[in-house]
Design a protein. Structure first.
Length: 677
């Protein structure tokens, strides 16, 4: 007989909903509420059935309307009319993702990619000349990075920007068909200027990829001389985004158009940079653009939440088949199979949302306005954070700043991959959970599914991003191994894993206390124990990283590629398990920080559902590696079923706590009982 304490009776009244929403809203709760209150549905929703021409026109007009309302200013420097901080722009993006995703991507291109590149890669001359017009929507632009032959491998872009010392111009040129810029948002119709990434060349030679501002259209909308603009045409989704191509035939722009925060050409035609190493300069430059991945992850997470809101509302009203002796058919959400489809995914959406809050706060700490100050500072919550800029101290980041930036990039890359895959899976599951009704355009799910598909490959292909995560983790090992023999290496790896060399949040006192109190795996009550749940995520992540590290330790100059290629499944698993742990820790910490009461009890159950459903999903690994017995594995499944049943009466409250404005859920199948349809 189990000695487990009795479960608290769950309640989910308005106060509980509000308390949970406050936790999910995080540090920018005021901004989220402002957007909920201010934005009208017609400002950000789409219209099913419009032609592509109509979609593009509507989306452009909505973008200009939001710019006029001031939303283009969020996250830009106050000196040029910007408002709020850098992290706030990610939060605004998340909230806008409850509307039309074509509009969301158009906003991201204009204010995040184009405007963000000018703000982050440019200097005073560019800020003064362009930022006000970008924020107001008077200057629409594009972000020209991807080429036909080069997507993820940005360092090998072929477009050239050659300095002509005789005239002082930069000559932008597309030397091959594979160098044509493609899939560029705003390109086919609206952009008048583009940030073009190209190989910078002077008389001294090549200096790697840099960004240059290149005008592409005149005021009447015609392509400028030497600029060839194409239209990518009909896509699987995002019909309101005018993706297109750019090719350049010896197009000249002033040298001043070089975005020169990290490298410049002086008056004598010499290349100058405070960062001497080309690779380090390139990755420092791209590191300043990490916000794009933060936004894509957050936006796709919002789409998943909206899909769940539609499906759960529908499932709470739709009836199908009678139970024996009953007069009415059963509400489909009362079926365990239906709960199994939706509630674990709702729990995961909660988990990913809380992890998203953590990376957004970290982004603000490292890249926000306060980052202009050198050295550690204390923010409003009393947390010490490192805030340095690469321009300081000769342009080189301090070792601690480099480590913090690398950890942020690793976490953002992995979270973007996990969240976008979750969104794609969740929206499809929600569509199926709504049957034929879910396939109707008016119920939003079909268009959302088509739109979010590309989120898995833009701002970084997910598989490549997980490889980036794994390489970031393995760097820690490589730096420690040196030339150790295998026996010494194994001992050191074990020691470092035990001591926590890999970045983790479980060093924080609250979570470490839970881990220290974790019960044994055979304790009947351990499935409910947060420390045991955390330890399962941690053991898996540490073991997978340690074993892949041992495999790759055998690499030599001659076999490194073959060895890495043969271990890619293992490498990707190491990345995924690391991100899973980070997400679990963010959820556990959020619950642990809540005051005792019904809101914490309910969120605690959601956290347990996320944890146990995740363990169940990978039960083969846990059994193979001795972390679960077969009996315990069956107990995990039974507990997931129990948690689904416990949370079923509170499903609507948990949806309400997501804070999606009702006016943005226009699907007729998702209207509450008694509401107009």
């Amino acid at each position: 007989m189990s000695d487990a304490p009795a479960r608290p009776e769950l309640t989910s009244g308005p106060e509980v909903v509000e308390s949970i929403r406050t936790v999910l809203d995080g540090a920018w709760g005021d901004l989220r509420q402002r957007i909920r209150t201010e934005l009208r549905p017609e400002q950000i929703l789409g219209e099913p059935g419009q032609s592509i021409t109509e979609q593009r026109a509507r989306v452009r007009d909505q973008l200009l309307g939001l710019a006029e309302a001031g939303y283009g200013r969020i996250g830009f420097p106050a000196a040029y009319g910007g408002e709020l901080d850098y992290g706030a722009s990610c939060v605004a993006f998340e909230m806008q993702a409850y509307g039309d995703l074509s509009l969301l991507v158009k906003l991201g291109v204009q204010f995040g990619l184009f405007g963000g590149a000018v703000a982050r890669l440019g200097t005073e001359r560019h800020h003064q000349a362009y930022l006000a017009d970008i924020m107001a929507g008077r200057l629409l632009g594009s972000f020209g990075m991807t080429e036909v032959g080069h997507g993820s491998n940005v360092q090998r872009l072929e477009t050239t920007a050659t300095y002509d010392a005789a005239t002082g111009d930069l000559v932008i040129h597309t030397p091959t068909e594979s160098a044509v810029k493609t899939y560029i948002g705003n390109a086919a119709q609206d952009a008048r200027m583009a940030v073009i990434f190209a190989q910078l060349i002077t008389d001294e030679g090549g200096h790697g990829v840099h960004a240059v501002l290149v005008p592409v259209r005149d005021e009447a909308g015609a392509a400028l001389p030497g600029v060839t603009i194409g239209d990518n045409g009909v896509k699987a989704g995002l019909p309101g985004v005018d993706n297109g191509t750019f090719a350049f035939d010896q197009v000249r722009v002033p040298k001043a158009n070089l975005l020169n925060a990290f490298g410049d050409i002086d008056d004598n035609g010499h290349y100058v940079s405070d960062i001497d190493n080309e690779n380090r300069r390139f990755f420092t430059m791209l590191g300043t653009l990490v916000r794009g991945r933060v936004c894509v992850g957050g936006g796709s997470g919002s789409a998943a939440k909206k899909a769940l809101a539609i499906a759960i509302r529908y499932g709470d009203q739709r009836r199908q088949f009678e139970a024996p002796g009953a007069e009415q058919e059963v509400v489909v959400l009362d079926y365990l199979a239906h709960q199994r489809k939706l509630l674990p995914r709702l729990a995961k959406s909660y988990a990913l949302s809380l992890a998203q809050n953590v990376v957004t706060e970290r982004l603000e700490e490292l890249h926000g306005a306060g980052a202009a100050r050198s050295g550690p500072s204390v923010d409003d919550a009393g947390r010490e954070s490192l805030r340095t800029r690469p321009e300081e101290e000769g342009g080189e980041r301090s070792a601690s700043d480099q480590e913090a930036q690398r950890e942020l990039e690793t976490r953002v890359a992995g979270l973007k991959a996990v969240t976008t895959w979750h969104a794609l899976d969740t929206i499809q599951t929600c569509r199926e959970a709504c049957g034929g009704a879910g396939y109707m355009a008016e119920n939003q799910l079909g268009q959302m599914r088509a739109d979010v598909d590309v989120f898995t490959t833009f701002e970084g292909d997910n598989t490549v991003l997980l490889q980036l995560v794994a390489k970031g983790l393995l760097t820690e090992y490589k730096e420690m191994w040196g030339d150790l023999d295998p026996a010494e290496m194994v001992g050191l790896v074990s020691k470092q894993v035990a001591e926590g060399v890999v970045e983790r949040t479980t060093g924080r006192a609250g979570l470490q206390r839970l881990l220290d109190l974790a019960k044994g795996r055979d304790d009947d009550s351990a499935l409910d124990d947060r420390g045991w749940q955390l330890s399962m995520f941690e053991q898996r992540a540490d073991h997978v990283l340690e074993t892949v590290g041992k495999r790759l330790r055998k690499a030599t100059k001659d076999n490194a590629f073959q060895l890495f290629n043969a271990a890619q499944d293992h490498v990707l698993l190491a990345a995924r398990t690391h991100i899973d742990r980070i997400v679990m820790e963010a959820f556990a910490e959020a619950v642990d920080d809540m005051p005792e009461g019904p809101a914490r009890d309910l969120l605690d159950h959601v956290c347990s559902l996320y944890a146990l459903a995740s363990i169940e999903e990978d039960k083969a690994w846990f059994i193979e590696h001795g972390r679960l017995t077969t009996a315990r594995s069956r107990a995990v499944t039974a507990q997931v079923n129990q948690l689904c049943g416990d949370l079923r009466p509170h499903a609507q409250a948990l949806v309400d706590a997501l804070g999606i404005p009702d006016g943005l859920i226009t699907a007729p199948i998702a209207q509450r009982a008694g509401e107009a349809r």
